[in-house]
Design a protein around this ligand. Structure first.
Ligand code: VGL
Ligand code: ZN
Length: 209
């Protein structure tokens, strides 16, 4: 696969709260930083997503009296996993990992900004109606294919990859540049769903040699 001018790299949620020491730490989350930086240097188009929740966000277990993190509750838009408070707007946990080379990115898409709706996907909020603007941004820049890396494989990476396909892009995930939460089989499910929609896998070596 050739990285051309019509290919964009989407770096999903490489933020302190998803790295060791963070409030929703993904095992080995910080290990993706070096490979993401190496990949990024080969792309003319790099977009970062940033989970960006107001305090008291409805995806936080702390907003649901009597509920614990990782329980699932019904929301108007469907079942919602409850998380520890994470990526609160303006907090250091919401900052990008300090090792991430931010100079490579042309755009940052923030998501999950509305208190009552979560957004794993970088394209469309969990109500499945509210776009973030990412599809329009990429289309205006003539992007046809996206390569997706980051955290977490089974939540924000997979929702972003699936919505990329649904938005008309070819989507490729670099598994070694992602790390998973893996809650009750969520990682296997995520790959099955991505594969069913036509999301492809590539290795970093295949992309940048
Ligand atoms: C994520 C859970 C809650 C992610 C974001 O980036 O995968 N997971 N918010
Ligand atoms: Zn979140």
């Amino acid at each position: 696969m050739v990285i051309d001018a019509r290919t964009a790299l989407i770096v999903v949620d490489v933020q302190n709260d998803f790295c060791p020491g963070g409030s929703l730490a993904v095992s080995g989350g910080d290990e993706v930083v070096a490979i993401v930086n190496a990949l990024g240097r080969h792309f003319a188009n790099v977009v970062l997503t940033q989970d960006w929740h107001p305090a008291g966000h409805s995806s936080f277990a702390s907003s649901h009296p009597g509920r614990q993190p990782f329980e699932v509750v019904p929301m108007p838009y469907g079942p919602q996993v409850l998380w520890p408070d994470h990526c609160v707007q303006g907090s250091s946990g919401a900052d990008f990992h300090p090792g991430l080379d931010l100079t490579l990115a042309q755009a940052v898409i923030r998501k999950g900004c509305r208190r009552e709706v979560d957004s794993y996907s970088g394209f469309l909020e969990a109500d499945r109606r509210t776009p973030t603007g990412l599809a329009g941004y990429l289309k205006e820049r003539n992007v046809a294919r996206v390569v997706i890396v980051g955290l977490a494989t089974d939540f924000c990476v997979s929702w972003t990859a699936k919505d990329a396909v649904r938005s008309g892009f070819e989507a490729v995930v670099v598994e070694e540049a992602c790390r998973a939460i893996d809650l009750d089989g969520s990682l296997d499910r995520a790959w099955a769903e991505m594969t069913a929609l036509g999301v492809e896998k590539a290795t970093a070596a295949e992309l940048i040699g």
